[in-house]
Design a protein around this ligand. Structure first.
Ligand SMILES: C[S@@+](CC[C@H](N)C(=O)[O-])C[C@H]1O[C@@H](n2cnc3c(N)ncnc32)[C@H](O)[C@@H]1O
Length: 825
């Protein structure tokens, strides 16, 4: 019995030693004989072998002929030198501005646009550029100072699981830049990059591999990033050696990646699953191997349909077990998490870009491809979230269970994982319009290699016998919390979908179906510039004749209308009750119903036509000269309660988002009786340029329910040639206000959109405000005529089948009666 126990213990220790070496990239077959030898020499002194994280073993391995001395640091040296960067600081260079990336398609099809009234103005909020357009380091990363506790530093060995990806330095090396992030405890230190911080990678059989190591502290869940650039390394101050205590843990567990089971996002969406959970076969996680070859991704971006998320590259010669690993996380008990990312490129001349550019590019891709729209989105936020998740999970998980997890992410997993909610909570919109990808909390999650009860599966005969023992012991059962579930956040507040952004609460109800909440979007009460749209709100641009600096109190009560009424023919558009005056409203309605009867302007070079066909744009079809309202604003002397400040005061009536019974999805209704001409809400969204809209449109698939972008074409015709950044539209799909719930009704809608200037009289940009076209009773649905031409079958976004119920509905198999026969109730 005792002998059995001894043997068992020996085996266990051997497995651990092998695992530890494997983490360093030393294959098991190289470890075994050396280990055996050492045991023999030391008379089975395991303590001796295990001391100092197997330093004796590492030394012995590196003394082998297969590890010629090419400047390789041995283990001891590693601790002293390779690990040095972890105790030093990288001084961050200034980050570059994000450069707008990606190719622009030449063609923008106008048909996706709703043409509302026109005029421009601008609010200060509009100048808030998205986080991505700003230097990434500014707000997120306190790169100049690095806080680190030496004892929490993970040793610098890169944890490549690839047997061929030996992290220990060998000849013919490629430099690896290391990001060092220290935990927020202990000493404040700077982190510097020196040549010592560069861990060497081998060039291997024509395939270059480079790794980026990121030490992510989750003490305080704060990520601090070391040098994101390999340029201008700053020599670090040396830390006292006694301050350094290697804390890299011997892996207790390691999850081998599953066979590649490529899921495509569509499959996942169809199944309403997140990647990694296999469909139909019980709760088995298929950790998808995601070998992404740069060339494949490039192809994919070119649009040839090659998904870059399933590129399991079985041809990689160095992948002995057919389970390439690209992304690994190792943690120490002291709370340091180390992430190692291995890239493979078929490009012989591959050179690792500087991390700053890399992160920027990843951010840009995420923002574009996954529609991450959180203004402060940054790649480092993902890392921070990772830290927080690790911390949360760690407190719930037995510390003994897992020290190393190999994670093989799929690119698309960002879309549907809890991570996506962190990154902006962008839902995937299924063809039926419902939000998918909301993380599920499933039952017990069993990793591949385990049976449902958590015992190890019988191994496949074909598996590498050398690693079989290790593998069986490495498998780990995750506890019931799916990491994805940790990130679940409520999509909307049913009591107030505005989340307090408006003066009134706007509740959400569904008395019709089981769909409890509308698909996720970000509630914003004011338009925000997406990226390139040019909005200039400077006070200097408001001319004296465009404001009423001398006014006081309520402009409407003055005997002579002030300068702000000039735009509306010397009379204010609003009554003292805050309603749009009858004549003005009638004219606006008439323009919508019968645009042909009203004036148009014609561009010399129409942005719409240009975007449809850049090479040979067709002549401008003309733009309606819209009527618009100019409200008083900051440069005016009146007060906020001035009668000429209606829209800027925001929503005041009681509204409700509700589920329509006619099949139109969610809609907006009033809970109050509303008089004719009452302001209801603005149509708020992201301000996009035409080209940006096109980029989005081509990503829109199928006939998904979406909000229609609204074209702001106020002054195009009078401007001659307009730059793309001046031809703007609003898209409320991802960021918007309640206006995005207003459904369409042909011709006799009870709302009309009126362009409102607030911040500026420059008409490329303006607010689009909904006013009632007639008296509306409480609980009536609020509708708006999108102006869709249902006969336009070439529209890139297939028009929905109109269920407006109007007797003037244009979506009928009959001759067009577009906007001709309106009879307002
Ligand atoms: C701006 S959104 C309105 C809110 C949307 N109903 C929702 O559930 O989020 C526009 C989408 O609503 C639906 N919709 C709006 N008006 C409709 C109508 N008259 N008939 C059918 N569907 C309509 C269409 O799917 C359209 O793409």
């Amino acid at each position: 019995m005792a002998r059995d126990r001894d043997k068992e213990e020996r085996n266990e220790r051997a497995k651990k030693a092998i695992s530890a070496m494997k983490v360093m990239g030393i294959p098991v077959q190289k470890v075994k004989p050396v280990l055996k030898n050492l045991l023999k020499e030391s008379e089975n002194s395991w303590d001796y072998i295990e001391a100092d994280n197997y330093s004796v073993l590492v030394d012995a391995l590196f003394s082998q002929p297969e590890f010629p001395d090419t400047g390789i640091k041995k283990r001891d040296a590693d601790l002293g030198e390779s690990s040095e960067p972890t105790r030093k600081r990288l001084k961050l260079d200034e980050e570059d501005d994000a450069s707008p990336s990606g190719s622009r398609a030449d063609v923008l099809r106008e048909t996706s646009l709703i043409h509302p009234a026109a005029e421009e103005d601008a609010s200060p909020q509009l100048q808030l550029r998205r986080r991505r357009a700003e230097p990434a380091s500014e707000s997120v990363l306190p790169q100049q100072s690095f806080i680190q506790k030496a004892s929490d530093v993970v040793q610098p060995q890169s944890c490549s699981g690839d047997e061929g990806t030996v992290v220990s330095p060998r000849g013919n090396v490629q430099e690896m830049r290391a990001l060092r992030v220290g935990p927020q405890i202990g000493h404040k230190k700077e982190l510097a990059s020196t040549s010592n911080s560069l861990v060497k990678y081998p060039r291997d059989k024509g395939l270059m591999k480079e790794s980026v190591d990121i030490l992510v502290p989750h003490q305080g869940s704060k990520v601090e990033l070391g040098n994101r650039s390999s340029v201008s390394p700053v020599r670090p101050k040396d830390e006292p050696m006694d301050d350094y205590e290697p804390s890299f843990e011997v892996p207790i567990a390691m999850m081998p990646p599953a066979e590649a089971t490529p899921f495509r996002s569509k499959d996942l969406q169809d199944r309403n699953m997140h990647p990694g959970i296999a469909a139909g076969n019980g709760p088995t996680i298929q950790i998808n191997v995601s070998e992404i070859r740069a060339s494949e991704c490039a192809e994919r971006r070119k649009g040839n349909g090659v998904p870059c998320n399933n590129g399991t590259d079985q041809e990689l010669e160095d992948l002995k077990d057919g389970s390439p690993k690209t992304f690994e996380i190792a943690s120490s008990k002291s709370g340091v998490v180390k992430i190692s990312l291995t890239c493979r490129s078929g490009n012989q001349n591959f050179v690792m870009p500087d991390l700053e550019s890399l992160f920027k590019m990843v951010e840009d891709r995420c923002l574009k491809s996954y529609r991450i729209l959180q203004p402060d989105f940054s790649f480092m936020n993902i890392m921070t979230e990772m830290c927080q998740c690790a911390e949360e999970l760690s407190s719930k998980t037995s510390g003994e269970k897992e020290n190393i997890i190999n994670i093989i992410p799929m690119v698309d997993s960002l879309k549907t994982s809890g991570m996506s909610s962190m990154m902006g909570g962008i839902p995937s919109i299924a063809p039926n319009g419902s939000a998918v990808g909301v993380p599920h909390c499933s039952g017990p999650i069993v990793l591949e290699g385990l049976n449902a009860n958590g015992t190890a599966k019988k191994k496949n005969d074909s598996e590498d016998p050398d690693t079989s023992n290790v593998r069986a012991s490495e498998l780990v059962v995750l506890e019931q919390q799916d990491p994805q579930c940790v990130n679940i956040r409520p999509l909307h507040d049913v009591n107030d979908i505005t989340k307090g952004e408006e003066r009134v609460r706007i509740s959400v109800v569904n008395e019709v179906s089981s769909e409890r909440l509308p698909p996720l979007f970000h509630y914003i009460p004011q338009n925000l510039v997406y990226q390139n749209g040019y909005i200039n709100f400077s006070l200097a641009r408001i001319a004296d004749e465009d404001c009423c600096a001398d006014c006081f109190g309520d402009c409407l009560s003055a005997s002579i209308p002030c300068a702000c009424a000039r735009e509306t023919g010397g009379e204010f558009a609003y009554t003292s009750d805050g309603l749009v005056k009858k004549d003005f409203l009638d004219q606006c309605i008439s323009m919508n119903l019968d645009p042909g009867k009203h004036s148009h302007v014609y561009c010399k070079d129409c942005p719409l036509e240009r975007s449809k066909n850049k090479a040979t744009p067709r002549p401008c079809k003309g733009h309606l000269v819209r009527k618009f309202v100019k409200e008083c604003w900051s440069k005016c002397g009146c007060n906020k309660q001035c009668g000429n400040r209606v829209v800027q005061r925001g929503i005041t009536c009681n509204l409700q988002v509700f589920y329509t019974s006619e099949g139109k999805g969610w809609g907006l209704r009033t809970l109050d009786d509303l008089p004719r001409g009452a302001f209801v809400c603005e149509y708020v969204g992201e301000i996009l340029t035409n080209m940006e809209l096109y980029d989005r449109t081509i990503q829109t698939t199928g006939n998904a329910r979406h909000t229609y972008p609204v074209l702001l074409d106020a002054d195009w015709g009078s401007e001659g040639v307009l730059k793309d950044e001046e031809a703007l539209c609003l898209d409320a799909t991802f960021y918007g206000n309640v206006g995005r719930f207003v459904n369409h009704r042909c011709n006799d809608a009870n709302l009309i959109e009126i362009p409102i200037e607030v911040e500026t009289a420059d008409r490329h940009y303006y607010h689009l405000a909904f006013f009632t076209t007639r008296k509306v009773e409480a609980l009536e649905e609020l509708t708006w005529d999108y102006g869709i031409d249902f006969d336009d079958h070439k529209h890139p976004i297939k028009a929905f089948q109109c269920l407006c119920g109007s007797r003037f509905c244009r979506d009928r198999k009959r001759p067009r009666t577009r906007r001709r026969s309106l009879v307002l109730k």
